[in-house]
Design a protein around this ligand. Structure first.
Ligand code: COA
Length: 258
């Protein structure tokens, strides 16, 4: 596989572990990292040997401590809009709509663009040392990579406004009880837990997984058309060899051979 300046990609069985690798800057997302992430996603999308992704940060301190504030100085309104648009379309939306499962392994600070990156993933597993926040208002700006959209979906409007207006961080226990993360585990078990979850998902047929991701996302984007997307994809799923095998195997009381 290609090598990257700010990202490491390793394969563990059918899972790719993608690590943001700028630990000296707490893995902050600069332009190069976003661009590399976008290219890594394209490569992994096509790679038939990869069935799912774990996204994490290098070191023990940070998942990603935000967009790189060093690149904010002096930028103008039009450039800032362009920056946000690039992040949304080339990285965050692509992760959200990725046809293979993407799990964020949150190993420390997930702030600003880092929390936005974790929220774009399908599932979030956190270490007990993880901390979460959208501190943009403390810089006089607001979240720009989906934070105002995805945080209310996960924690509700009131808690989202609390986090965004105060800019304060919450710990892993609150993140779990608020619904921001799926599970909290000790740091030493973080990657293993994500791999185990993917291993279970990989026992299910990949087309069904892709349809499930698409239908759920469609409803979140537009509840009026989401139901129709579900109806269509439910129907399409009956056209796959995997569904014929899955249903037959159940009726014959044996394990399916997908
Ligand atoms: N952008 C650019 N650099 C960042 C960064 C970011 N978002 N977050 C951390 N860094 C850099 C620091 O500038 C420092 O670099 P230096 O050693 O060259 O000076 C290095 O990472 C280590 O961070 P430091 O602040 O010294 O660590 P800390 O333990 O004192 O504090 C945080 C950790 C996460 C609380 C603090 O780094 C922070 O508040 N970061 C910014 C978070 C933020 O506002 N993100 C949203 C951006 S929109």
């Amino acid at each position: 596989m290609e090598t990257w300046n700010t990202i490491l990609v390793q394969q563990e069985g059918q899972a790719a572990i993608v690590t943001i690798n700028r630990s000296a800057k707490l893995n902050a997302l600069n332009g190069e990292t976003l661009e590399e992430l976008s290219r890594v996603l394209s490569a992994l999308e096509k790679d038939e040997s990869v069935r799912g992704i774990i996204l994490t940060g290098a070191g023990q301190k940070a998942f990603v401590a935000g967009a790189d504030i060093g690149e904010f100085e002096g930028i103008r309104v039009a450039e800032a809009k362009q920056m946000a648009h690039y992040g949304h379309t080339h990285v965050m939306d692509r992760i959200q709509n990725f046809e293979k499962p993407v799990i964020a392994a949150v190993n420390g600070f997930a702030l600003g663009g880092g929390l936005e990156l974790a929220m774009a993933c399908h599932i979030r597993i956190a270490s007990d040392s993880a901390r979460f926040g959208l501190p943009e208002v403390s810089l006089g700006i607001i979240p720009g990579y989906g934070g105002t959209q995805r945080l209310p979906q996960l924690v509700g409007r009131g808690k989202a406004l609390e986090m965004i207006m105060t800019g304060e961080m919450i710990g892993a226990a609150d993140a779990l009880s608020w619904g921001l993360v799926n599970r909290v585990v000790p740091m030493g078990e973080l990657i293993e837990t994500c791999l185990q979850l993917l291993t279970t998902i990989f026992t299910r047929p990949k087309q069904a997984i892709a349809y499930a991701i698409k239908a759920i996302q469609a409803g979140l984007e537009d509840p009026k058309t989401g139901q129709q997307t579900e109806i269509d994809l439910f129907g399409e799923s009956f056209g796959t060899a995997d569904s014929r095998e899955g249903i037959k195997a159940f009726l014959e009381r044996r394990k399916p051979n997908f």
